[in-house]
Design a binder for this molecule. Structure first.
Ligand SMILES: C[S@@+](CC[C@H](N)C(=O)[O-])C[C@H]1O[C@@H](n2cnc3c(N)ncnc32)[C@H](O)[C@@H]1O
Length: 353
């Protein structure tokens, strides 16, 4: 039993009811025993999963191209900067900073992560600064970046019983094992989201509601910067998400590059994650005043962003470094790798009144 499991068990034994969203919050962000709490874990071959950042430096180079395009689209304004949230160990920041001259601000609520990022990015001196909240960002034009942020936010689980949606709460059996327990939906806010779900689904159909990611986007829409927002993550749109093949939802745990749906086991030692519901994210973004610019498979989008770079390679045999970048390009864009399951959402953000 993990330390976090014991902590949750103690809470249950004291009579406190726990939603899965609360269990997931603790499993990921408990300061001492959560998967992400104590500090940035390794991502990539020696970690539990890959991200586009861990594929190599090309992703950051391509996003530096996006930063240049955004800068030009906004009329080359003075004070333009790049902002990243979910900067983890600072790898994407290093890759973007190495390929452009813009200043960089990291939104980092966890001081342990900030300390790691400060060491990694020391060579960039005053070009990098930190804020702990979106509300503290400089009120200047910017490109906001995040890679795999909303998929790491807690979700509530709900199950269709044939006539109503029930929330899956977490309870302990007589041996202290955690299990799901259907009950009433916990809050009015969740009920409002549940009311949007389709009803023509088989009995037992289970899905996630990412209230935290929707509220994060609302908060982002109110942040003081204006410019563009780039969100990259694995996700689905409405039709894909609520297809009958997905009757157990998309919640998964990851460890050592293996994945399964035993999401109440080894809590704190595994990553827990869901596919992002991009349809709902876009609806909430639009309602909060953001203007959707593009929603695309990552492969299609990065393929286009990479065209000027690919053109510079024409007519000469690639050296070893270029061959490595071409392999990264393939991983990021090929539909069988990250090109199709990962999606890119770009939204314009006007000045907040
Ligand atoms: C799946 S990892 C992605 C890390 C990195 N962006 C990448 O793509 O390699 C999710 C990251 O989101 C971070 N995170 C979650 N909620 C956050 C928040 N509210 N503000 C900043 N970072 C957050 C976690 O600490 C973790 O580093």
């Amino acid at each position: 039993m993990t330390a976090l499991h014991q902590i949750l068990l103690d809470r249950l034994n004291s009579g406190e009811p726990l939603t899965f969203a609360e269990v997931m919050t603790q499993a990921l962000y408990h300061q001492e025993h959560g998967y992400y709490g104590p500090g940035p874990r390794r991502i990539g071959r020696s970690g539990d999963f890959y991200t586009s950042v861990s594929v190599g430096t090309l992703y950051g180079r391509l996003l530096a191209t996006l930063a240049q395009q955004t800068f030009e689209k906004l009329g080359q304004p003075s004070g333009f900067y790049v902002v990243e949230q979910a900067a983890h160990d600072g790898q994407l920041a290093e890759d973007v900073l190495s390929s452009c001259d813009f200043d960089y601000v990291i939104v980092e609520p966890n001081p342990r992560y900030e300390a790691v990022q400060k060491v990694k990015l020391a060579a960039f001196g005053h070009r990098v600064s930190w804020v702990s909240r979106l509300a503290d960002l400089p009120a200047r034009p910017a490109l906001f970046l995040c890679n795999e942020l909303p998929d790491a936010m807690p979700v509530h689980l709900v199950r269709w019983d044939g006539s109503i949606w029930q929330e899956l709460w977490v309870k302990a059996d007589d041996h202290g094992r955690l299990q799901f327990d259907p009950g009433p939906v916990s809050t009015d806010e969740l009920s409002a989201e549940v009311a949007r779900l389709p009803l023509d689904l088989p009995v037992g159909y289970t899905t996630e509601i990412g209230l935290a990611s929707l509220n994060w986007l609302r908060e982002l829409a109110l942040a003081p910067f204006h410019g563009e927002i780039f969100i990259a993550d694995y996700g689905l749109d409405h039709e894909e998400l609520y297809s009958t093949e997905r009757h157990t939802g998309t919640i998964r745990r990851y460890r050592d590059h293996k994945t399964d749906d035993h999401v109440l086991e080894d809590l704190g030692a595994c990553d827990l994650t869901t596919h992002v519901n991009f349809t709902r994210l876009m609806e909430v973004g639009e309602a909060a005043g953001l203007k959707q610019q593009l929603y695309s498979h990552q492969g299609r989008y990065l393929g286009k962003l990479g065209l000027p770079w690919l053109a510079t390679l024409e007519g000469r045999p690639p050296d070893t470094a270029t061959q490595a970048l071409l392999r990264q390009y393939h991983s990021l864009t090929h539909p069988a790798f990250m090109g199709r399951s990962f999606r890119v959402l770009l939204m314009a953000k006007e000045k907040t009144p």
